[in-house]
Design a protein around this ligand. Structure first.
Ligand SMILES: *Cc1c(COP(=O)(O)O)cnc(C)c1O
Length: 367
């Protein structure tokens, strides 16, 4: 199938490899897993993901609704700041509503009847290489800090959420942080039915010590007689998609510069925010070096500098790998650039073009 570039292509086979690992973790640890929609919400592949995961979690009423409509199973509704309208909306379908503060919990408690309630706790510890994404950065508003206050409202809750990791591939670090949580919040956990340990743990990464991880989780849930949840985003979909682009021009300014028909600012924004380079296959082994850039007017719209096996030409294809997480959910119409389509390579090898954007989508994005 010949799809016009630019496009994201999701491989169900690659996705399945992650999902099978999660299935193994579920079976040997007893933990449950809900997909964080803020990372990945391309619902055309939810049919596959929902066979393995227990539901979704959200950052807003719209995401919660999407989880309910397109994924089903458990809907964890979390938001940093709910309005009353949000609460009325999510209260109708959420399996759990998780509040970010005690004031939100107290204010909206009367409106939510019979839904299981949770509270986000900020344990004051975290793992993150980026200040921007660090939940326990100075003056963090994410979760309740004061444990004494948590104890006063405990009867209102059935569970709590600790999200304290970002891109954490270090099991020893996770393990000692979990010990810290056990020590400080053990008396809270003993009185609850469930605890969510958030997202940000790279348990699907090659070499992650899954056995030790599961053992640790089993001990924890047994000790407090509690159901563990995780809310992974990135580790569910990691390495499962590519952004496929074509070179539209080649220019020189001391180095050779290829300009492609996509943009890092518009189509892989997280890389720009965190100042990371886009990944491509076989990076660095060829002889032909180019700086690969986007076609927005932003001077720093640069995917990275790579060595290719052959000389690039106008029309050459460049594929950026690991393009599923925090890309499609963050794409934007800056510069009015053509929006990458979305394609899915199904398990049977068939390619479905699931979304094509047109000028009308750009037009209707504003008025
Ligand atoms: C971002 C976030 C997640 C998902 O994080 P990943 O790093 O994509 O696994 C889960 N829970 C909460 C509360 C989050 O803010």
């Amino acid at each position: 199938m010949n799809i016009e570039t630019p496009y994201y292509i999701i491989s169900e086979q690659r996705l399945l490899e992650n999902l099978i690992k999660i299935q193994q973790i579920k079976e040997s640890s007893g933990a449950k897993f809900v997909l964080a929609l803020k990372c990945f919400a391309t619902w055309s592949v939810f049919g596959l993901i929902k066979k393995y995961l227990d539901g979704t979690t959200s950052s807003s009423a719209y995401e919660a609704r999407l989880g309910y409509e397109k994924f089903g199973k458990e809907v964890h509704a979390y938001c940093v700041g709910y309005t009353l309208e949000d609460i009325k909306e999510v209260g109708a379908f959420a399996s759990k509503v998780i509040f970010n503060s005690i004031s939100q919990l107290k204010r909206f408690y009367p409106y939510i009847n019979g839904t299981k309630l949770g509270l986000r706790i900020n344990p004051g510890i975290s793992y993150s290489n980026f200040d921007l994404a660090d939940p326990s950065r100075p003056f963090s508003r994410l979760g309740v800090i004061n444990k004494k206050e948590v104890l006063t409202i405990l009867p209102m809750l059935s569970g709590v959420m600790f999200h304290f990791n970002c891109e954490n591939d270090n099991f020893e670090n996770f393990s000692s942080n979990l010990d810290h949580i056990s020590k400080v919040y053990g008396d809270v956990l003993e009185q609850l039915d469930w605890v969510s340990l958030g997202g940000g743990i790279y348990f699907t990464k090659k070499g992650y010590p899954i056995k030790k991880f599961c053992q640790k989780l089993k001990e924890f849930s047994k000790r407090f007689n509690i159901q563990i949840y995780f809310e992974p985003g990135e580790s569910v979909i990691t390495k499962s998609a590519e952004l496929v682009t074509k070179v539209v021009d080649i220019v020189q300014n001391k180095v050779d510069i290829a300009i492609v028909d996509a943009s890092i600012e518009s189509h892989m924004l997280d890389l720009l925010i965190y100042r990371s380079k886009a990944k491509i296959k076989n990076n660095g082994t060829g002889k032909f070096k180019y700086m690969v850039t986007g076609r927005s007017c932003l001077s720093g719209d640069i995917f990275g500098t790579y060595k290719f096996d052959s000389c690039l030409k106008i029309g050459s294809t460049i594929k950026f790998s690991d393009a599923a997480g925090y890309t499609m959910v963050k794409k934007n119409w800056f510069n009015g650039l053509k929006m990458p389509s979305i394609a899915v390579k199904r398990l049977n090898g068939k390619i479905d073009l699931v979304k094509v954007f047109t000028y009308n989508d750009f037009l209707n994005n504003l008025s």
